[in-house]
Ligand binder design. Structure first.
Ligand code: NAP
Length: 192
């Protein structure tokens, strides 16, 4: 799973530039990320924070997450995974497997001629499951809720991740308390 570089070489991927994959996710205390169609919370500032973290990067997302957003996010590439070979949407770069999502993301970054080297694993649940083992960091919004059901983030061993920072925010009249965390994988440096 971690030997992606070898796979890319096998596929005769020509550009040897190394990139890193970063997971950006908001989840409840029990690992719920949404109801299958949308998020189940609206936190002040969280969308702006996600925008700042992801600006200038390719976003790897599933077709259902694309549907929940409804459009391409400006200043970023939307790399959308679907098994439907006839599917297309304005502003989406369509791929049919995870390796092609990585290749298209790397190509997009290289074409931007930027110093940016991050690919964003943007969700939802199925796409986090496909990509979390390639990620070097997790930008996590922890939402202090315990929904009974919904789409789950994959189970990972949090002992493999060091917390680099944490910022707590109190609840308000229409939203629960939440916190921002950055985690870094502590076993090896992962490149894609
Ligand atoms: N809290 C957060 O940070 C966050 C972030 C993102 C999304 N979400 C939430 O997550 C939920 C959606 O997650 P989800 O798991 O239901 O769907 P998803 O991961 O967004 O998309 C699933 C779709 O991706 C495609 N796909 C999956 N594996 C594939 C593969 N190996 N090859 C090709 N295509 C593949 C399939 O599309 P086709 O059916 O077209 O074949 C599949 O139906 C929503 O509630 C959304 O709001 C939350």
């Amino acid at each position: 799973m971690h030997n992606l570089e070898a796979i890319l070489t096998e596929k005769k991927y020509k550009n040897p530039r190394k990139h890193q994959m970063i997971c950006v996710v908001a989840m409840s205390n029990n690992g719920i990320i949404g109801d299958g169609n949308d998020l189940i919370w609206h936190l002040p500032g969280d969308l702006l924070r996600v925008k700042k973290i992801t600006m200038g990067c390719p976003l790897i997302m599933g077709r259902r997450t694309w549907a929940s957003i409804g459009k391409a996010l400006p200043g970023r590439a939307s790399i959308v995974l679907t098994r439907d070979t006839s599917w297309s949407a304005n502003g989406a770069i369509v791929v049919h497997n995870f390796l092609d999502a990585i290749i298209e993301s790397k190509n997009w970054l290289i074409n931007q001629q930027t110093e940016e080297n991050r690919l964003i694993l943007f969700g939802g649940g199925e796409i986090y499951s496909l990509g979390i083992d390639f990620c070097q960091e997790i930008e996590l919004t922890r939402v202090f809720l315990e929904p009974e059901k919904g789409t789950k983030f994959p189970d990972i061993d949090w002992q493999d991740w060091n917390e680099l920072n944490c910022e707590h925010h109190a609840s308000g009249p229409n939203y629960p308390s939440y916190s921002y965390h950055r985690f870094r994988y502590n076993k090896l440096v992962r490149y894609v």
